[in-house]
Design a binder for this molecule. Structure first.
Ligand code: UTP
Length: 406
């Protein structure tokens, strides 16, 4: 679009503030600005005043494959999981597009060194976890790594410098997740600088649509992949493509599986897997009414006690539907640096809205989900904060308890 057409286009949308500094820009910057404006998904801004309609339906606990059941049937589940891996029916997606603001580390979170006497990056630790499975199965699975426009180059460089941690390079596929515009509380898109609208990664629910938009569904089709294990970057004890989990989910006939741990207390900050209106559903901790979170059964256990740890197995067949059905947008109010009065200002309190979709919302669109319980001390060591709960310190402690030398 040329300048005149862009003006008309933005006037219709009430977004002409994006051209406020056009006269000050050089030729190159003008071209960038017009091209960037054309790419902005203005349609998403309509969600700003929509309070997310609460799904009807009663919240009810969901049953899970318990630790005991899994221990009794481990061999059976693992055999099936290994078979699916060896037949190349499984791939994994590492979600590494987040900004890791709580950790306060300005590089990709996966490059953070959790070692003490040696260098051990979070990515390195996850790749070690993967190696245990590929050694056992005697084969490698396709590994997709989702980054964002902010951290893609650093992430790819890091893998290259570390020689892909010994994983066959042709099996690793990086892709950049899509972005959404960032706007002020009145729905006006902000300028990140004078020639660039502010954008931010579209949330971890964007993993599949971004993979498709990046042209990688072609790999899934070509390789005949039937299951995708999606996992977060920040759990350093994460078991990836765990054969027992794959086998149990596939044998259950359900369209997806979610690894869960028993919550330690009603207030624990994890999403809870339950049922709503007869469908699987994950309620985020900040959306869970306290009176529901603290309900206990006759055995004293929390009724809604299964917390998710960002490790899901999705059947490919049903995934396209999640795109068609469109995940709801969650609005995150954040402090975002932007151009104001001709200068970049960095606010100390939230001034902007980011639009994100969440992987937790995919579960209900899949229709059925197997809750697969795992022992938290063996599989759950999230690195969210610098210190305190779910921090570098607690994760290091858990790694050591699991015999990993730091
Ligand atoms: P978090 O919810 O912890 O968000 O992400 P974050 O951005 O990494 O961290 P904070 O909240 O700013 O401190 C959970 C997982 O989802 C991925 C993250 O990389 C992490 O693996 N994620 C999150 C994405 O891949 N893309 C996103 O847009 C958001």
């Amino acid at each position: 679009m040329n300048y005149e057409r862009t003006v008309l286009f933005l006037e219709k949308l009430g977004q002409t503030q994006l051209l406020e500094y056009y006269d000050e820009l050089n030729e190159r910057e003008r071209e960038i600005l017009l091209a960037e404006i054309e790419k902005v998904n203005f349609g998403v801004i309509g969600n700003i005043n929509k309070s997310r309609a609460e799904d009807g339906g009663k919240v009810a606990p969901c049953a899970a494959k318990s630790l005991r059941d899994i221990a009794e049937n481990r061999e059976y589940y693992e055999r099936e999981g290994i078979r699916l891996l060896q037949e190349n029916k499984v791939a994994a997606v590492l979600l590494a597009g987040g900004q890791g603001t709580r950790l306060g580390f300005d590089k990709p979170k996966g490059t953070f060194n959790i070692g003490e006497t040696r260098t051990l990056s979070i990515f390195g630790q996850l790749m070690n976890n993967i190696k245990e499975v590929t050694d056992r199965a005697g084969c490698f699975f396709p590994l997709f790594i989702m980054t964002s426009t902010v951290n893609n180059d650093d992430t790819v460089d890091f893998f290259r410098k570390n020689e892909f941690f010994g994983y066959p390079q042709e099996k690793i596929h990086f892709y950049v997740q899509d972005s959404e515009p960032v706007c002020d509380f009145n729905g006006k898109v902000l300028l990140a600088d004078k020639h660039r609208p502010a954008q931010s990664p579209n949330g971890n629910g964007g993993w599949y649509s971004s993979l498709v938009n990046a042209g990688l569904s072609e790999v899934i089709e070509r390789e005949g992949i039937e299951w995708i294990n999606v996992f977060g970057v920040d759990n350093v004890l994460q078991r990836i493509c765990d054969p027992a989990f794959i086998g149990a989910t596939a044998l259950s006939g359900r369209a997806c599986g979610a690894k869960v741990v028993k919550k330690t207390c009603p207030e624990e900050r994890v999403g809870v897997l339950c049922e709503k209106g007869g469908k699987p559903c994950i309620i985020e901790y900040y959306e869970m009414p306290p009176e529901l979170a603290s309900l206990r059964g006759a055995d004293g256990e929390l009724k809604l006690g299964y917390g998710v740890i960002l490790n899901y197995l999705f059947r490919v067949k049903e995934l396209d539907e999640t795109i068609e059905k469109k995940l709801p947008y969650h609005l995150a109010k954040k402090a975002v640096a932007h151009v104001e009065g001709g200068k970049i200002v960095t606010p100390d309190k939230p001034n902007a809205v980011k639009f994100e979709t969440l992987v937790v919302d995919m579960v209900k669109f899949m229709g059925s989900c197997l809750a697969f319980e795992v022992a938290r001390e063996k599989e759950f060591a999230p690195v969210k904060n610098k210190t305190g709960t779910d921090s570098v310190d607690t994760a290091r402690e858990l790694l050591k308890q699991n015999g990993i030398k730091l």
